[in-house]
Each structure stands twice: as structure tokens, then as C-alpha cells.
Design a protein around this ligand. Structure first.
Ligand code: NAD
Length: 298
């Protein structure tokens, strides 16, 4: 059993912390939301009064926060945990942030004797609840091996992509591809629907054909095709459009830095940004299905 501090109990972090409790770890949590803290308490977590309390005697501190500035503020800010963590603590940041910020955290925590790995996840809220996430790690091999003690309680795969920041690079490559698959699947389903096809039948056909992909398998964007996914729950409770737009921005920044050509990623970034600007930022990213609704021309 490990003593774990957990920061950020949103759609992902809440169920991840609950699974750590189920795996037998002693978990102390912190979030800015009282509702999230109350749910975590019900799941068996200890609740910290303030951020610094999660650091006390922790073997591991795990963070699952929205974006770069949240993570930097938690560890490097004036009240940051860099001044509070003990040298035996391994910091595991599971948020999706830029590789640069992950490397900066690793470099700035090191002089304090604090080890850091980036460990962004794939698998969505369903994977977080079921404890089947994939962790994509960047950092020292020994630190990644040590992290398996707790990551195995929340997921089924732990990969090491390379040194600090490499986990984040692999993660944005994956999410850029996911956005293309989601937009393309939505477009194909809408085209079929506009021509009178039943989306359930069309989904089944494409699942058994060369268009098969993860969105058709477990995350169909068309309401009513699949139970238990955000599209059948008014696009609530999944991976926010705002977060996908953030990840696609990170992917484009990374592409600019190395001169890579990523036309599909650039297209989906603009698609998701404008969908967010139209007021859908807090919906699940599969709501892009509504953006690509074609009208039958008479
Ligand atoms: P979310 O917005 O649901 O949750 C974020 C939580 O962080 C909130 O509860 C918020 O109150 C808390 N928070 C913000 N600032 C804080 C601070 N300073 N101290 C303590 N708590 C703070 O986001 P999410 O969907 O859980 O995503 C978290 C991260 O995981 C993001 O980086 C996202 O890109 C990534 N991710 C999400 C999914 C998904 O399907 N939702 C999948 C893979 C990766």
C-alpha cells in the first residue's frame, strides 16, 4: 500500500482517485471544487484542507489538471509543492500539457531532489471509471517502474515513450489522430443519415468494414446508437470540446517547432475551436457530430 496525494478530481481524476482507494492505497485528495471533494470523500479518500496537505509523507503525488498553467501553479508557484515535497516523493503528472512544460517541471523539481514523470492517459472517462486507462510516460526508467505500483491500480497499460516530455509528445500525436477519426466518423454518419440510412445499421456496416475505428467501437458520436456514451447523454460527462481544442493547439505548436506538415490536425483544430466559440466548449468532443450536420438539398 502506498500513501498517495491526488490533485484534480474532475471527470478523469475523480474516478482515478476512487480506483486507487479500491486498489488498497491510502489517498489524500485536493480540488478547488467542494462537490468534487465530497464525492471523493464518499469514495473513501481523505480530503486535504489545502493543497500543501497532499504532500505530507506522500510516496506519490499525482495530478490530473486541465492545462499547463494549472500544473505549473500547483508545483512551481509561490505556494507550489516544490517547497513542500519530500525527496522520497515521486511526482506523476497525468494531465495533458505541453512537452516543454513537462520538461521544465522535471528540470525545476530536480534541484529539490524531487523526481518527476509525465504520464498523460488515453482511454477517456470510461477507462478512468473502469480502471483500464493507458498511461504514456516520459521520464527515467526507474521512476516509471516505481510509478507502476500506483498506475496499475488505475489502468491496464503503462508505456514509457522516452525521457521527460516524451509521454506528452506521444499523447498529442494520439489525440490529433483521435480528433480526425471523430470528425470523419461524424461526417460519414451524417451523410448516411441525410440519405435516409439508420445510423445504427450504418455504424455496424462500417464497424465490419475498412472504416472501422475506435469511435465506432466504443464512442459512437450519434445519439441513440450506443448506450453509456456521452452522445446518448446529451454530450455530457466525457472529454470536453475545450480540452480537445487545447490538445490540438499543443499538437500544432509541436508541429511548428519541428516544421512538420499536419494539415488534418490543423483542420480539426479549427473545427474544434470554432465549435467551442459557438458555445459547445463544455460538451463532450463527440458533439462535433452536430457541427457537421448536412441538410438534404431539394
Ligand atoms: P476536468 O475539467 O473535468 O477536471 C479538472 C479538475 O481540476 C476540476 O475538478 C478542477 O476543479 C480541478 N482544478 C483546477 N485547478 C486546480 C488547482 N489549482 N488545484 C486543484 N484542483 C484544480 O478535466 P478532466 O476531463 O478530468 O481532464 C483532466 C486532464 O486530463 C486534462 O489535461 C485533459 O486534457 C486530460 N484528459 C482528459 C480526458 C477525458 O476524457 N476527460 C481523457 C484523457 C486526458
Amino acid at each position: 500500500m502506498a500513501k498517495v496525494g491526488f490533485i484534480g478530481l474532475g471527470n478523469m481524476g475523480g474516478p482515478m482517485a476512487a480506483n486507487l482507494v479500491k486498489a488498497g492505497h491510502q489517498v489524500t485528495v485536493f480540488d478547488l471544487s467542494d462537490a468534487a471533494l465530497a464525492q471523493a470523500r464518499e469514495a473513501g479518500c481523505g480530503v486535504a484542507e489545502q493543497l500543501v496537505d497532499v504532500a505530507e509523507n506522500a510516496d506519490f503525488v499525482i495530478s490530473m489538471l486541465p492545462a499547463d498553467h494549472h500544473v505549473e501553479a500547483v508545483y512551481l508557484g509561490e505556494q507550489g509543492l516544490q517547497h513542500k515535497l519530500s525527496k522520497r516523493t515521486l511526482v506523476i503528472d497525468c494531465s495533458t500539457i505541453s512537452a516543454e512544460t513537462a520538461r521544465k517541471l522535471s528540470a525545476e523539481l530536480a534541484p529539490h531532489g524531487i523526481r518527476f514523470i509525465d504520464a498523460p492517459v488515453s482511454g477517456g472517462v470510461g477507462g478512468a471509471k473502469a480502471g483500464t486507462l493507458t498511461f504514456i510516460c516520459g521520464g527515467d526508467e526507474s521512476a516509471v517502474d516505481e510509478a507502476r505500483n500506483v498506475l496499475n491500480g488505475m489502468g491496464k497499460n503503462v508505456f514509457r515513450a522516452g525521457d521527460a516530455g516524451a509521454g506528452q509528445v506521444a499523447k498529442i500525436c494520439n489525440n490529433m489522430l483521435l480528433s480526425v477519426l471523430m470528425a470523419g466518423t461524424s461526417e460519414a454518419l451524417q451523410l448516411g443519415i441525410a440519405h435516409g440510412l439508420d445510423p445504427k445499421v450504418l455504424s455496424e456496416i462500417m464497424l465490419q468494414s475498412s472504416g472501422r475505428n475506435w469511435t465506432l467501437e466504443v464512442y459512437n458520436p450519434c445519439p441513440g446508437v450506443m448506450d453509456g456514451v456521452p452522445s446518448s447523454n446529451d454530450y455530457q460527462g466525457g472529454f470536453l470540446v475545450d480540452l480537445m481544442a487545447k490538445d490540438l493547439g499543443l499538437a500544432q505548436q509541436a508541429a511548428l517547432r519541428c516544421g512538420a506538415s499536419t494539415p488534418m490536425g490543423s483542420l480539426t483544430l479549427n473545427l474544434y475551436r470554432s465549435w467551442a466559440q459557438l458555445g459547445h466548449g463544455r460538451e463532450d468532443f463527440s458533439s462535433i457530430f452536430k457541427y457537421v450536420t448536412p441538410q438534404m438539398k431539394k
